[in-house]
Write a protein of this length. Structure first.
Length: 128
């Protein structure tokens, strides 16, 4: 979770710099969700494929804890940011509002996972 905690901070900083770096900010939002979901699975000792698909990761998390179902609406829209904003080709025209929405969703997933972790782990992750 320490690694995941740096991504929303990076996204907030980038959004503050305007439209020239929104792709990077969106990528950090997606990374927040991916890292948080994977951290949960590792903490629970659950085997999972090493993929970047947020829907798959949510499926595995939800199989262990049904509370993850409520995060789909926030997390799944971030899946395309894995490639869409990082590689050449068609890219979404992201607005500051789009990225703020993505950041809000990413922070909700991060907070949800953090709340499920034991207090000692929460403290270490929050301090990062």
């Amino acid at each position: 979770m320490r690694k995941a905690s740096a991504d929303p901070l990076s996204a907030r900083i980038l959004v503050g710099h305007g439209s020239g770096v929104l792709d990077a900010a969106a990528s950090h939002c997606r990374q927040t969700v991916e890292k948080a979901l994977k951290a949960y699975l590792v903490w629970r000792g659950i085997a999972f494929e090493r993929v970047h698909n947020l829907t798959y990761l949510l499926d595995v998390c939800e199989a262990d804890d049904p509370s993850f179902a409520g995060l789909r609406e926030k997390a799944e829209p971030l899946t395309p940011f894995a490639a869409q904003v990082r590689y050449p080709g068609p890219s979404a025209d992201l607005s500051v509002e789009d990225v703020r929405d993505a950041l809000s969703g990413a922070e909700a997933v991060f907070a949800h996972v953090l709340a499920l972790l034991p207090p000692g782990v929460q403290t270490r992750a929050s301090a990062a």
